[in-house]
Design a protein around this ligand. Structure first.
Ligand code: AMP
Length: 278
């Protein structure tokens, strides 16, 4: 595996690959990231991974400074996963002095995470557009765990004619169902136990849906009732939305729905989702 730090080094390495899969990450790698690396490698025959904690997607009040960083550990995990090229740029390499461009995706960014974290998806869109232009992959891979991010990137890639496929990998979970996330490291042992309430709430929605419930309010209530039973959990939102536009639904029809939620456990904010489809 080659490790490069600058766009110039990346450009010099790129012709060594015909097709190239790409997995953008913020490091603190876990099995969720590595599953995307393996999928990208299997599909394209070669894989690049970026490790960059993107400052523009964090609000001043968020956890940019305390976000976990351990480049040596990340690099040691990438080689056995099949990564061929790791790109770990400094912030000034991505955002040199004078940087002034924004990438705003309307509609899909205004709800759910976008409503609670204004500016977040603008930061995601600009960095993913830049990274795809830097790496020039034939396909870029994203996790279902961040379903709204995926919807934003699909919209942007279509609107800007980005010359690569956008692919999705399934959410990787702990044995008790908690979705893997770099932010799980912030949880105390008591909070870690409480955090399983997210997957239980999604399970309640899946159970109701499986039993024939199509009324979105009742599906939302089934999630909220489960979350209310956990004293350490404070619910930011529960949502039953159209899987592409992310607009809230009254009734779940074709093409199904995205059930998603955001919950604070102590000072840690966790998100998760599942697809409801007949
Ligand atoms: P991050 O480093 O958090 O920006 O995530 C990088 C990529 O990994 C994104 O496409 C995420 O959606 C994906 N990802 C994060 N956690 C998981 C997970 N538990 N399962 C699958 N993909 C994930």
């Amino acid at each position: 595996m080659r490790v490069v730090r600058t766009v110039a080094e990346l450009r010099a390495a790129r012709p060594g690959f015909d097709r190239l899969g790409f997995v953008p990450t913020m490091g603190a790698l876990h099995e969720g990231h590595l599953s995307l690396v393996r999928a990208a490698k299997a599909a394209e025959g070669a894989c690049a991974v970026s490790i960059f904690v993107n400052p523009t997607q964090f609000a001043p009040t968020e956890d940019l400074a305390r976000y976990p960083r351990d480049l040596d550990r990340d690099l040691a995990l990438l080689t056995p996963a099949g990564c061929d090229l790791a790109f770990a740029p400094a912030p000034e390499e991505v955002y040199p002095p004078g940087f002034a461009t924004r990438v705003e995706v309307d509609g899909v960014t205004g709800v759910l995470e976008g409503a609670v974290r204004p500016g977040h998806f603008g930061g995601v869109a600009v960095v993913v557009a830049k990274l795809i232009n830097m790496v020039q992959p034939t396909a870029a891979w994203f996790g279902q765990k961040d379903a709204q991010q995926l919807a934003v990137i699909r919209r942007m890639a279509a609107d800007l004619n980005l010359p690569c496929r956008i692919e999705v990998g399934p959410t990787v979970r702990e044995p008790d169902g908690l979705a893997l996330s770099s932010r799980n490291a912030y949880l105390s042992s008591e909070e870690r136990l409480a955090a399983t309430v997210l997957v239980h709430a999604l399970g309640a929605a899946l159970g109701s849906f499986g039993a024939g419930e199509r009324d979105a309010d009742r599906l939302r209530r089934s999630m909220r009732n489960m979350l209310d039973e956990e004293p350490l959990a404070r619910t930011d939102y529960v949502s039953i939305a159209h899987p592409e536009t992310l607009q809230e639904l009254e009734t779940v029809g074709e093409p199904g729905a995205l059930a998603s939620l955001a919950v604070r456990i102590g000072s840690t904010r966790l998100i998760d989702n599942t697809v409801l489809r007949a």
